[in-house]
Design a protein. Structure first.
Length: 279
């Protein structure tokens, strides 16, 4: 009972903080997700460094990943020019060249996990800013901050997780991916998708950013790629032989455990919305 209360309180505080900072405005959005990016990259480096044949530079990776988020945010908001990415590129070059002088016997592993900290964690979180800043959302067709798309990604993910858990517990019989996540079922996944799709239509009633059909497609993309994102992190943890990525969130594990679905759902959403502009 005590663990349930702790888990519930932590979950409520987590959701409230995320929603508040996204709704409050550009500054709170930027600060919150810069912190989240730092913590996620740092946590990723921490768990891979526990392997005997891996040693990545946690500090430089964390700084680089956080800088990438801030750079993408500044560029997407129209505040900074494209030259803002030069320091990030220099940091990547440094991380590659530094291995020449470390005399490590596992250089390939170090390179691979270093790049994964950026491609798997930092880059997806950075693309959230692409959703947050859209052309024409403010008067005069200028670029402006709009909370609805980034917030919707998390709403769909939470709805999918909640629906999948409830339906899976009641009716789950057929395993979705038993080799990686034995508890996930097809029934739960379908139930979670139905809940997320239903919520997308509620949002469509009040938001004209997308049409009803586009909102349905948006929710479906988030659900499918969010599920894959969850499975990818489960596979990562199985390979590293750990249960949770961390313990920063009591009852919920680590930051990677909370954002695993979003690592694929966010960039997939950006691709989906870009595809709509081509039609």
């Amino acid at each position: 009972m005590k663990n349930f209360v702790i888990r519930a309180l932590t979950g409520a505080a987590f959701v409230a903080t995320l929603v508040f900072c996204i709704l409050w405005g550009y500054t709170s959005f930027m600060i919150l997700f810069a912190i989240i990016t730092w913590l996620c990259v740092q946590e990723f480096c921490g768990i891979v460094n526990k392997k005997e044949d891996v040693q990545v530079n946690t500090m430089i990776c964390s700084i680089s990943g956080t800088y990438l988020f801030l750079a993408v945010t500044g560029f997407c908001s129209g505040i900074t020019p494209s030259g803002i990415f030069i320091p990030y590129l220099l940091s990547i070059i440094y991380l590659l060249i530094s291995e020449l002088y470390l005399k490590s016997e596992h250089t390939i592993n170090n390179w691979a996990y270093t790049m994964m900290s950026q491609m798997y964690v930092a880059l997806p979180l950075s693309t959230l800013s692409v959703l947050a800043f859209q052309q024409g959302v403010t008067e005069g067709q200028t670029i402006g901050y709009n909370y609805i798309l980034p917030l919707s990604v998390f709403i769909f993910l939470w709805a999918n997780d909640t629906g999948a858990y409830c339906i899976g517990c009641l009716f789950g019989k057929h395993r979705l991916f038993p080799r990686i996540s034995p508890k996930k079922s097809w029934e739960g996944s379908i139930g979670g998708a139905v809940v997320a799709l239903g919520i997308s239509q509620l949002i469509a009633t009040y938001s004209v950013v997308l049409t009803r059909w586009e909102w349905l497609g948006f929710a479906m993309v988030v659900v499918v790629f969010g599920t894959w994102g969850d499975l990818v992190e489960s596979l990562l943890k199985r390979q590293l032989q750990i249960k949770d990525s961390g313990n920063i969130l009591p009852g919920h594990g680590g930051m990677l455990d909370r954002f695993d679905s979003s690592f694929l759902a966010i960039p997939a959403s950006v691709i989906y919305l870009y595809t709509l502009t081509l039609v």
